[in-house]
Design a protein. Sequence first.
Length: 545
Amino acid sequence: MVAYLGEMDAAGRVGMMDGAGGVDQTAQGKLFEPPPTRRWVEVDHQRVRLENGRSFGGYWLGMQLVDRLGLTDELSRLMEPGREKVPWPMMALVLCRLCDPSSELHIAEHAYENSALGELLGIPPSVVNDARLYRALDQLLPHKDALQKHLKNRLGELFDLKYDLLLYDVTSTYFEGQCEANPMARRGYSRDQRSDCKQVCIALVVSREGMPIGYELFAGNKADVSSVEQIVTTMEDRHGKSDRIWVMDRGMSSADNIAFLKEQNRRYIIGTPKPMLKKYEHHLLQDDWSKIREGLEVKLCVDPEADPSQPAETFILCRSADRAKKEQAMHQRFEKRIEEGLTRIVNACNRQKLDVIKVSHRVGKLLGQNTRAAGAFKTTITTDDKGRAMLRWEKIESWRDWASLSEGCYLLRSNVSDWSAGELWQAYMQLTQAEAAFRIHKSDLSLRPIWHQKQERVEAHILVCFLAYVLWKTLAQWCKHAGLGDEPRKVLEELSRLQAADVVLPTRCGQEIRHRCVMRPDAHQTILLDRLKLTLPDRLRMPQM
C-alpha cells in the first residue's frame, strides 16, 4: 500500500479520478476501479447549446500521419529534453502548414485557438505565443539531415518503396523584403516570374512515385548546372551509394557533370540542350521510329562523335505530336511579332533620321524578346548618303526547314544499357513528379513568398514546408493503397470539414454539464474513414497545464 486516502463517497472518488487524469490516461488513474453506473440527471433541453466550434478533421488526420511516420518519437529522441515532454510547437507548425498555411504570428493569435490543436497536442491556447513557435524553428533546423534520413527509411517501410530512380530538379522561391542579413538571398533566374525580388533555390530529390528523399538549399543566383555534384554527393553521404539511376532535365547537362556521373559508374538519364539535336538530323529523316503510344515515337541512336575508348552512351530521340503543335504555334507567334516589329522600325527609319546605334538597340531588343524565332531573320543596318540609318531584313528559309523538321523532337542521353528506348523515355518523364512536388509546395503549402529575413529562419521555414509535404505524400500513398486514388487533396478537404465543439447541457439543479465532442461524419466522410480504417473519437479531452 502506497497511501491510505481514507473513506470517500462516490463524489470524492470521481474528483480524485479527475485529478489523476482519468481512468485510462495515467498510472494513477489505474488505481481506481471503473466508475459506477452513471446516474441520470434532468436537462433543460430548451437551453442546450453548442459553443467553441473549431476545425478538427484535417488536424486530426495530420496527427494520424505523424503517428504513422513516427515523427513525434523521432523529434523527442533528437531534441534535448526540456519543459515540454512532447515537441508540440514543431507539430503545431507542421500541421498548420498542411491544413491552414500561415505565419507563426497568425498561428499563435488565431489558427491555434480556432482549431482542435489544443486537444490533439494537449497544450491550451493560453500558453501558445509566436516567440515559442519561433524558438521551435531554431530548435528544429539542426536536425534537418536526421529527419530526412528517418522519413526516407520510414516511408520505404510503410509502402515498400523502391529507390532505384532518383528524380532531381531545382526551383526558386522569392522573398518579400530586402533580406540584407541573409547571404543566400540573391537575384537570379526566377521560376515565379519575380525577377524584381531576391530569392533562394531549392534542390529536391524524389522517388519515381514522387515520395520525397531529401532537399538542399542554395543561394538564389546559383545555376542549376552547378548544383549537380553537390546534391549527388550529399544524397550519397546521407543514404548510401546504391545502384540508383539519376534522372535530370537538360538544365543539368554539361560535360563536367557527365564526367562526374561517370567517375564512379553512376547511372543517369539526362536531357540535352536543344542545339545538340542538330547532330542527329539524318536520324530525324529516317522512318525507323518505335511507337510508344499514339502521337509519341522514340528511337535509340549512337553518338557519331563518340570516343571508342570511353564507356558507350545511348542517345534517345523522342518525337511528340502534341509538342510539335505547341512549338509550331510558338514559332509562328514569335515570327509574326518579329515581322511586325521590324516593319515598324523600317517605317520609322523612312520617316525620320535615326542613329545607327539606336536602330541596332531596337532590333536587338526585339530579337531578344522573341528568341524562339530570332534565328529565322537576317537583319542588315546601313546608312544612306544623308547619314540616316537604313534597316533591311529577310527570312532565312533554312531555319524554317530545320524548325519544321525538329518541332516536337528532343534528345536524351543515358549510360543505362539494359533498358529499351521506351523504358528510358518513361523514366525521364517521371521528372513530372518533381515538378508536381514544387507545385504542391508553392500552392497547397504556401511556400512562397518567404517573409522571414534571417537565413536560419528561412531554412527552418522551408524545412517545415518539406515536412508538411511528406505528410501530403504519405496521405497520397495511404489513399492509393485504400483504393481512393493517389490525389489526397480531396480527401483532406472532405475530412477538414469535420469540426469539434462543446456541448453544454444545463441541468435542473442549475449546474451545466460540458462535453467536448466531435461532429458525426456524413455519408461521404464515413466512406473515406472506413477506407482509411480510421475511427473518430467520440469526445476530446480538454488540455490542462
